[in-house]
Design a protein around this ligand. Structure first.
Ligand SMILES: C[C@H](O)[C@H](O)[C@@H](O)C(=O)CO
Ligand SMILES: [Mn+2]
Length: 414
């Protein structure tokens, strides 16, 4: 008997159908972030120092330096990941001979990405870029006290929404446009409310033009703190939770944007009662928002468990947000994306109705016995079967493919 048949029988004994889980997993797109491929550098002529409190560290060779290199790296990475996925583009990754400033970007500057995405059969998401620009060097953008600077960024945000809506229309699939601004203060501010009112007014102005939700889904991303803005982040969790509910937008929960012992897994069911859709930035903070490549660890498993148990998969856009320049960038994409899928698979292989019945009946002993015994089930054989069915390598074959690709891009240098 094959390993998969043995595994399917083991799960069937728990009342779980592995084929159903594999079919379901196949239908879940993960939005892979373009910025892992080049250490969040982008393809503009740079004008500012501000990293917005985010930082890629390392000097591993092979960084993509052009849109063509990035696309080649993405094509390879998608070929190592089972299923059909999405690409999450940032505005600073335009592909054009023109050099528009952020307040002058247009759809045409991103059209090569759309044409490529169509050939690859992947979806596209978008983000305005409110950092790495001289008008962001105060670590204030949409909440800047200077009306001129706010207007510049409002225009950037409006144009990004137009571009995202155009992309969504072209692709026949709603484009999630995620708004994250780095705004905050290094030391304790005396008037937090004024800054938050300015941010709110700018967001209102930026999102006033209406777009069809079939093409554009607006999302807002909160944060606790960043390097250089330790005392106060204007767009905090409470700020955006309220804003997203009032404006019926997606709330983006980034796993690195909370206190170190908080896991967003616990927040999903809570916010789902007040929001139609949620956006995730799946990441791995280590002591701070360090954006390490995600592991198949308890934090990710807990998020996947909640998505499945609370039946939130249809209402959640799963995006990734990590960047590590000390390792192969394509391997980082592949490992992280597959780990997200493995976590979802494990969640789908739970005997949920039995577990929920034990919990409702206050039989916490049975719940604990089941969750612990289930850890010994043969998840690996089910994942291998998924890779076989989706025609992607696994185990040592995967490692060899990742190594061979990395060797082929090493000459690019850092
Ligand atoms: C590049 C992204 O927009 C960025 O990582 C943002 O999503 C974030 O999480 C900032 O800490
Ligand atoms: Mn993020």
């Amino acid at each position: 008997m094959s390993d998969y048949k043995n595994a399917a029988d083991a799960f069937a004994a728990w009342g779980v159908d592995t084929d159903t889980a594999l079919e379901r997993l196949k239908s879940i797109p993960i939005s892979m972030h373009c910025w892992q491929g080049d250490d969040v550098v982008g393809f503009e002529k740079k004008s500012g120092n501000s990293g917005g409190g985010i930082q890629a560290t390392g000097n591993h060779p092979g960084r993509a330096r052009t849109p063509d290199e990035l696309r080649a790296d993405l094509e390879f990475s998608y070929s190592m990941i089972p299923g059909n996925h999405r690409l999450n583009l940032h505005a600073m990754y335009l592909d054009s001979d023109e050099t528009p400033d952020r307040d002058a970007i247009e759809y045409k500057h991103f059209e090569p990405w759309v044409e490529w995405a169509k050939t690859q059969k992947i979806g596209l998401d978008f983000n305005p870029t409110f950092f790495a620009h001289d008008k962001a060097d105060d670590n204030l953008t949409l909440s800047h006290p200077d009306q001129g600077i706010r207007d510049f960024w409002i225009e950037h945000g409006k144009r990004s929404r137009d571009i995202a809506a155009h992309i969504g229309r072209e692709m026949g699939s709603a484009c999630v446009n995620n708004i994250w601004v780095p705004d905050g203060y290094k030391d304790i501010p005396v008037d937090r409310l004024a800054a938050r009112k300015r941010l709110e007014a700018s967001l209102d102005a930026m999102t006033a033009p209406s777009h069809d939700k079939a093409h554009l889904l607006d999302a807002v991303e909160s944060k606790l703190f960043g390097i250089g803005v330790e005392a106060c982040t204007v767009g905090s969790h409470e700020f955006y939770l309220g804003y997203a509910i009032r404006k019926q937008m997606l709330l983006c929960l980034d796993m690195g944007h909370f206190h170190p012992t908080e896991n967003i897994a616990d927040k999903l069911s809570a916010v789902s009662l007040s929001l139609d859709r949620i956006l995730l930035h799946v990441s791995r903070p280590m002591r701070w928002d360090s954006d390490h490549v995600i592991l198949l660890n308890d934090d990710i498993l807990a998020v996947a468990q909640e998505l499945v148990s609370a039946d939130l998969l249809e209402r959640t856009s799963i995006g990734l947000d990590f960047f590590d320049a000390t390792i192969s960038r394509t391997a980082a994409w592949v490992i992280g994306t597959r780990n997200m899928q493995k976590a979802l698979l494990r969640a789908m292989l739970q005997p949920l109705s039995q577990l929920k019945k034990a919990e409702t009946g206050l039989d916490f002993t049975s719940r604990l016995m089941m969750t612990e015994e289930m850890k010994d089930l043969p998840y690996g054989a089910v994942w291998s079967e998924f890779c076989n069915r989706m025609d992607v390598p696994n185990g040592l074959h995967l490692i060899r493919s990742l190594e061979a690709y990395q060797a082929s891009v090493t000459e690019r240098g850092v």
